[in-house]
Design a binder for this molecule. Structure first.
Ligand code: PGA
Length: 262
């Protein structure tokens, strides 16, 4: 089953509005050089404060649509939740995707599997698509519980969601020890874990759904690593942090990803 690759940039808590504008200009001009027919789906996830400025620029893009993502959301629809942002607000500003369950949110903001499941449901009910992150710590990897841990994160995140909604969702496997460290997970091993995730999705749903859901790899993705990663059977794209903050490296990742026939 062919799944359209995704190259998604997670800008984290970086870039002021003007920097965001320049980065989008750079991405757009790099994309003009590439064959539109073969482009992966490109997603950018700016901070909340740059969503508006980026959204306005993306709707004018002549090189095909770059999709907008938020980095988080709240699961309630509205009300007394000071500091939070709803799915409807993110839809209103032009988002198509929302990243949830990033390890930084789990670690620094105490997000639980239950909250991530509520967010996934709120996103899908609101007509947007979740990018659900999962991943193990170095300690978990070294003690041999990686698969068990990831499977339980995925089962919890997808609990109570219909097969149809699961098929449209995106999962990102991001080993925590590979995030921002420059030390990307070996592509064969990343592919093994991602295939295991696809099996868990199949157990929860059916083979068609498992064959449709796109599962990305994230963790120190660079222009030099993407080709090998994209040559793997189950890796459908990348969630890119540091290397997505400069248009040169982000565009090079996109270009190199396209060298692999899908
Ligand atoms: P990195 O971040 O590419 O800087 O390792 C990836 C992520 O956290 O999504």
């Amino acid at each position: 089953m062919s799944r359209r690759p995704i190259m998604a940039g997670n800008w984290k808590m970086n870039l002021l509005q003007n920097d965001a504008k320049s980065l989008i200009e750079g991405i757009k001009s790099g994309l003009k050089e590439l064959n539109k027919e073969q482009l992966p789906e490109i997603i950018v996830a700016p901070t909340y404060t740059s969503l508006s400025v980026v959204s306005n620029m993306l709707s004018e893009c002549s090189c095909g649509k770059i999709a907008l993502a938020a980095q988080n959301c709240h699961y309630e629809t509205s009300g007394a939740y000071t500091g939070e942002v709803s799915v409807e607000m993110l839809k209103d500003i032009g988002c198509k995707y929302i990243i949830i369950g990033h390890s930084e949110r789990r670690q620094y903001f105490s997000e639980t599997d239950e909250m991530i499941n509520k967010k996934a449901k709120a996103i899908l009910n609101g007509g947007l698509l979740p990018i659900i992150c999962c991943g193990e710590t170095l300690e978990q990897r070294e003690s041999g519980v990686t698969d068990e841990h990831i499977a339980s994160q995925i089962r919890a995140a997808l609990s109570g969601i219909s097969n149809e909604d699961i098929a449209k969702s995106v999962i990102a496997y991001e080993p925590i020890w590979a995030i921002g460290t420059g030390k990307s997970c070996d592509a064969v091993e990343a592919n093994r874990v991602i295939a295991m995730i696809r099996n868990v999705v199949e157990e929860l749903t059916n083979s068609q759904t498992a064959g449709s859901i796109r599962i990305l790899y994230g963790g120190s993705v660079k222009p030099a690593t993407i080709e090998e990663q994209m040559s793997m059977s189950d890796i459908d794209g990348a969630l890119i942090g540091g290397a997505s903050l400069k248009s040169d490296s982000f565009n090079e990742i996109i270009t190199n990803s396209m060298k692999v026939a899908v």
